[in-house]
Every structure is written in C-alpha cells, then in structure tokens.
Write a protein that binds this ligand. Structure first.
Ligand code: CA
Length: 376
C-alpha cells in the first residue's frame, strides 16, 4: 500500500488563498462602483433637478399690487434657489380662467397658483377666514394668527383633501368702504342701493337692505358710470385711482368694514410640494413669507400718495359711514357667522380660533396700537 504524502498545512493555505481572493474581489469589484457613484454625485457634473413650474393667477397679468406678488415670488425664488425652481406666471384667463385657479392646481394640471381663499367659499365656506371677513382682523392681527396662532395649520388641514398646500401671499391692509353715487346718512339709504360687493359682505349688505351684485373688476367702471350699479367697493386709493372711479363717483366712503385686511394666497399642488427636497421647501416658505410682507409694505407706501392725490387734485369727497350704519353691519356680520357655524363644523372650528385670536389681540392693541394712534 502506498501513500501520497499531503503536507498538513496545504488545506489551510488553500482556505487562506480563497479568503484573500474573496476580500480582493469585494474591494476591487463590489466596492469600486459605489465609490465612483458617490464621487459623481459630489462632482460638478452631477445633474441638478430644475423644476419648471407654471403659476396661474386670479389677476390680470402684472395688475398693480395684487398681480405683482406672483411675479416677485417667481423672481425671488429663482434667485434664492439658484435657478432650481423656475416659474412662469400666467394672468387670469391666459391658460386658466380666474376662478379656475383652485381646481387647476388641485388636479396638478399646473403646479402653483396665486389668488384669494374667499373665492373658494362655494367649495369651502370657512375659506373666507383665510382672506378676510367683515369686521374681522386687520393685516397685522391676521398674520399673527396665521403664523403664531394656529391659523396656517388650520388652513393646511382644510386644503389637504384638495391636494393643496397654502401659504400667505400678500395683504392690502384695511380697504376703503367704496365709491357711492348716493349719500349714506342712515341704514335706510341702503334700501334699493345696488352695490358690487362680493362674498359674505354681499350677504351682509343684502341683510341691511341693499342689493349686492358681483361684477369682475374690469367691468366696474362702465357699470358704475352707466348706472347699472350705484356703488362699488374695490381695494383702496392705490388700486381705485388706477380704475378712475374718482371721475364717476360722488363719495368715497371709509372704512372698509367688508375687507379689513385681506390676505392673498399662494397654493402649491401637494404631491409636487411633498416630493421636493427640504432645502427647496424652506426656500419656498421663506420667499412666500417675504412676498407676503412686501405687498403690505407697498400698499402702505402707495395708498398714502394716492389718497393725497385723490383729495387734493381730484377733489374727492372722502367721508366716514355713519356709526349707526357700521354698528348695524357689524351685528348682521356676527349673525351670519353664527348661522354658518351652526350648520358647518369646519366653519365653526375656524371661526372659534379666529375669533379668540382677534379678541385677545384687540385687547392688547386697544392699549398699544390704537391708543398710540390716538395720541400721536
Ligand atoms: Ca375689496
């Protein structure tokens, strides 16, 4: 019997060689592509996603004040994102009707919109609180409620089922009561008065004896001039002067009880927004916040000079509504909110939050802002 001699160390050496091969294979073949893709990700050649969005609006293209907010937003976001989000703005009816903005963004047929939440009152009665309600908050209080009083969270909760993410998008401040061709001495003077006054304010005006009609901004001058309407509200001196109401109306009444600080809105399709990186979300949030404040600043500056010109140059008769008229309108406003709250749970929830904030803010503003104005 013969034996073939096998050294004792040979199996151990074979195992060690196999292990070495496995380690080298892992390092050279498996690890290498991963390192390469990591480097590519960090190199200058890495592809950057550029979002090209369309923003539809409820305003005529570049309409003074209101229509400049979407243009400014697009321009500033392009700058801060270094071109990663590029937005083309479309005026009302260019690709979507003015009142089709909500649905177009909700369905995702366009990425973004700018308008006013109270235009969607027919779909969501509580949406009016996210623009303005008669005898409601002014711009400062409204922004405080949205950003520090739970208002924005409520707004997002209510818009989420519609696949929309809202942001505050500008504020005109307290508006004017409107242009009248009849003198208002008492509530009885509203009887048979035809006024363009939309939203809940229209319902309140009707309850006060008037006839509320809704006419698009572009047709207001002709309607007032031809006597189709006896009165109209629009915005304030800056925008009203541009429409030329001073040429055809006798009286310019204040205050704008119907819109004490209307806030506008940016809306973004929720699926599109949710898929953005965190840095882009932050850029959108901060840009919207800046544009929101910017509009208020612009109105403060321009209303000042426009009113001066209306009074000094055009000799406009500017006068306050009688106290009796304002207190009746206020009573009707609260009646309508309570009636709405009784039949719509969402309306009740938002009205309760809104009212609590407004009343507590007013308690402080009475001894701060208000008293200061009176003493200055
Ligand atoms: Ca208005």
């Amino acid at each position: 019997m013969t034996y073939r001699y096998t050294p004792w160390w040979l199996p151990a050496a074979l195992i060690a060689a196999l292990l070495l091969c496995a380690v080298l294979f892992t390092i050279l073949v498996v690890r290498t592509p991963a390192r390469a893709s990591f480097e590519q990700h960090n190199s200058d050649q890495a592809p950057t996603t550029v979002y090209r969005w369309r923003m539809v609006t409820t305003w005529p293209k570049k309409f003074p004040g209101l229509g400049l907010a979407p243009e400014n937003f697009a321009e500033q976001l392009r700058r801060v994102s270094n071109g990663r989000i590029q937005i083309t703005v479309y005026g009302a009816n260019e690709i979507v009707p003015a009142m089709g903005v909500f649905d177009a963004v909700s369905s995702g047929s366009v990425e973004m919109g700018h308008g006013a939440a109270y235009y969607w009152k027919g779909k969501i009665p509580a949406s009016s609180f996210f623009t303005s309600v008669p005898f409601g908050m002014n711009a400062t209080e409204f922004n405080g409620w949205l950003h520090y009083g739970g208002g924005l969270a409520l707004w997002r909760e209510i818009y989420a089922p519609f696949n929309l993410v809202p942001f505050a998008g500008g504020n005109t401040g307290v508006q004017m009561g409107g242009w009248f061709n009849r003198e208002i001495k008492s509530l009885a003077d509203f009887k048979g008065l035809k006024m363009r006054i939309p939203g809940y304010a229209g319902e309140i005006f009707t309850r006060a004896g008037g006839t509320a009609v809704n006419i698009p901004g572009g047709e207001l001058f002709t309607a007032l001039q031809s006597g189709v309407i006896d009165a109209t509200e629009w915005v304030g001196p800056y925008n009203d002067r541009a429409f030329g109401f001073q040429q055809i109306a006798k009286y310019y009444y204040y205050p704008g009880w119907q819109e004490p600080g209307p806030g506008l809105e940016f809306v973004i399709n929720k699926k599109i927004y949710d898929n953005l990186s965190e840095d882009l979300k932050a850029m959108i949030e901060i840009t919207a916040r800046a544009i929101n404040q910017d509009m208020q600043d612009e109105y403060t500056a321009r209303n000042r000079t426009a009113l001066k010109e209306l009074v000094e140059h055009h000799k406009v008769d500017v006068r306050p509504f009688p106290a009796e008229v304002l207190s009746a309108l206020k009573k009707f406003s609260y009646e309508i909110y309570d009636e709405m709250a009784a039949k719509d749970a969402t309306f009740a929830k938002v009205w309760s939050s809104y009212r609590e904030f407004m009343e507590s803010a007013a308690a402080y503003h009475k001894i701060s802002e208000q008293y200061y104005y009176e003493t200055r």
